[in-house]
Design a protein around this ligand. Structure first.
Ligand code: PYR
Length: 294
């Protein structure tokens, strides 16, 4: 399918090096990211849990919880969406169903990880991972379930923390052999680690997760390009900033009884309308219903 979300994701990956993949917590954020020029956007599993359900990133939300947000975001933007599907929510057929449903909901890519179902945030201690054999089976199930050949499947490995670099790279290679299109090396610490991963997987696309307040320093696009990364993920950067901004407004109005001190921090009504294309909708209404009624 030449213009499927998967095909668009692959095109973006071929054309932008490294590809910046920007976290968009909801449909409106996706529209802003698109208009700023991002070629790929992201729905974080932690983000769905936190923002849509008020829950921590501990494997509590389900496939359907995530799908709801995927549908909303992919309907609002043409930019291909990478979706965090955690551990795939079950065994082989569950994972297969997850892949099919993600494609149906409009995703262009997913990442599937090797943590146990009782997962933790990738940047927290005491993660447990499944065996390499079990992870390879997860990837086989995902790749086999593709209903669009261009749909892009990224194997995420959390093995670095517990098993070290060599074992993690070995796992990554096995995942590629099993049908993964790219590798997400979670919570590695140095540019040398990324370089070793990139070399170890022989030029397959490598994703670097540059999440704030985590285990990985905030390396720049140029540094990561030099280290061989071909995708850079910013899962929750805007979400964290939005939260801080919202909290400031909540406190200010509660304490001082007016928004006068914070109104300058707000996006204006006109800016909102511009991103939404509000005036085009109004014109359409006029065109459809106002003519000749003057
Ligand atoms: C998350 O943001 O939830 C990731 O897994 C990167």
């Amino acid at each position: 399918q030449p213009n499927s979300a998967g095909a668009r994701f692959r095109r973006a990956l071929a054309e932008e090096k490294p590809l910046q993949i920007m976290g968009t917590i909801n449909a409106y954020c996706a529209m802003m990211a698109e208009q700023v020029g991002y070629r790929a956007i992201y729905l974080s599993g932690g983000g769905v849990a936190n923002a849509s359900y008020g829950l921590p990133d501990l494997g509590i939300t389900s496939m359907n919880d995530v799908l709801e947000d995927v549908r909303r975001i992919s309907a609002a933007s043409e930019v291909p969406l990478l979706v965090d599907i955690d551990t795939g929510w079950g065994g082989a057929f569950n994972i297969g169903r997850t892949v099919k449903e993600m494609i149906r909901a409009g995703a262009g890519a997913v990442h599937l990880e090797d943590q146990v179902a009782q997962k933790r945030c990738g940047h927290r201690p005491n993660k447990e991972i499944v065996s390499q054999e079990e992870m390879v089976d997860r990837i086989k199930a995902a790749a086999d379930a593709r209903t669009d050949d261009d749909f892009f499947i990224i194997a995420r490995t959390d093995a670095f923390q517990k098993e070290g670099l060599d074992a993690a790279v070995e796992r990554a290679r096995a995942c590629l052999e099993a049908g993964a299109d790219g590798i997400f090396a979670e919570a590695v610490h140095t540019l040398d680690d990324y370089r070793a991963f990139a070399d170890g997987i022989g030029g397959a696309p490598l994703l670097a997760n540059i999440t704030e307040f985590g285990a990985t320093p905030l390396f720049t696009r140029e540094e990561l390009a030099d280290a061989g990364a071909s995708m850079i993920l910013y899962p929750l950067s805007a979400f964290r900033a939005m939260n801080q901004a919202a909290l400031k407004v909540y406190r200010e109005i509660r304490e001082n009884g007016t928004q006068q001190e914070v109104v300058d921090t707000m996006q204006t009504r006109m800016e909102l309308y511009d991103f939404l294309g509000y005036h085009d909708y109004e014109r359409k209404l006029d065109e459809l219903f106002a003519k000749g009624k003057g």
